[in-house]
Design a binder for this molecule. Sequence first.
Ligand code: NDP
Ligand code: GDR
Length: 353
Amino acid sequence: MKTALITGVTGQDGSYLAELLLEKGYMVHGIKRRASSFNTHRIDHLYVDQHEEHVNFKLHYGDLTDSTNIIRIIQEVQPDEIYNLGAMSHVKVSFDSPEYVANVDGIGTLRILEAVRILGLEKKTRIYQASTSELYGLVQEVPQKETTPFYPRSPYGVAKIYGFWITKNYREAYNMYACNGILFNHESPRRGETFVTRKISMAVAAIALGKQECLYLGNLNAQRDWGHAKDYVEAMWRILQQDIADDYVIATGKTTSVREFVRLAFLEAGIELAFEGADDGEYAIIKACHDAAYQLPIDQVVVRVDPQYYRPTEVDLLIGDPTKSETVLGWKPKYDLMGLIREMVQSDLALLK
Ligand code: NDP
Ligand code: GDR
């Protein structure tokens, strides 16, 4: 039985990865932060009474800013694989807390790598680092691949670039099995509520059910390569099962604007939109409603631009080239964009009903 340790286990990816590893027969340990209220809703269904005979899932209190805690947990767990998913992961918020994001997302990665070295586990423990398409930032080349130069555009991206390079450096300097997955955006019904896709799917449900009038968004022109988190955690696992440690882009190879995502998400609820106006004054109105259950007035404004959601520096276009991961890892996503949108919108409709 292999043992895995997941930082960020309470997050979107951590919860899907824990499920996947449990299905594969792993003993899974996760690090959760102490909070003033419960923060384990994404993994509560995996909880096992620790008094039972066969416990295969265990949580430890911890924080990536505390190396004493990281060293102690890794010493106790002796993991075969560590998945470092813990991060302050919101790009816009990273402009408000730049020092914190550097500490958690940048130095936090170093703390994991150093803990493995200090404990002499370099030969035993394989490490996955949650790198990101935000490293590419300002467009240098499309589609973006493993060799595309980086140009991050936020304190989050800059912190993650440290995480990327320190992982690669420890691999080269100490011959450690440490890999970067450069993952493009991936979403799901478990996506945090302030990321744009989930904000949209929740608003579609609330507007359709007459509980909200209008959705306020920032830059509708941004284009993202959106996949499903379930597919992407499978890629993380595959990255750590190879003979040689390496870095991989994980993406669908297709890109879509925020505006188009909005249109498709409303359409999933049977609501046709028309976009009018431009720039800060752009808005969308209901053109037709095909579901008789939702009694929505035609011409109601349901989307408006609010510049408070703009970022000081934006990443305009992300589109990944997954050729290497398809060839070497044999990875291919099962979900397409419409499948992802359907699952998110239907899940939020069910939640609100
Ligand atoms: P989430 O924001 O959903 O989850 C982040 C996790 O990190 C949560 O469990 C959170 O705990 C934990 N965390 C935050 N701060 C700390 C800290 N100081 N110490 C320990 N744990 C902490 O992110 P995702 O699941 O979407 O992403 C997982 C990882 O992948 C992140 O590193 C993210 O940056 C990266 N990534 C994500 C992509 C995506 O599209 N989703 C794409 C590329 C990379 P809590 O629940 O208590 O807040
Ligand atoms: P991103 O995801 O910044 O790509 O980072 P997010 O969903 O926050 O933004 C995507 C794009 O949508 C635009 N946008 C808005 N974004 C938010 N959050 N809220 C809005 O109201 C809004 N309106 C427009 C943004 O400007 C942006 O262009 C995510 C995170 O999961 C990171 O941790 C991860 O590394 C990257 O994806 C890959």
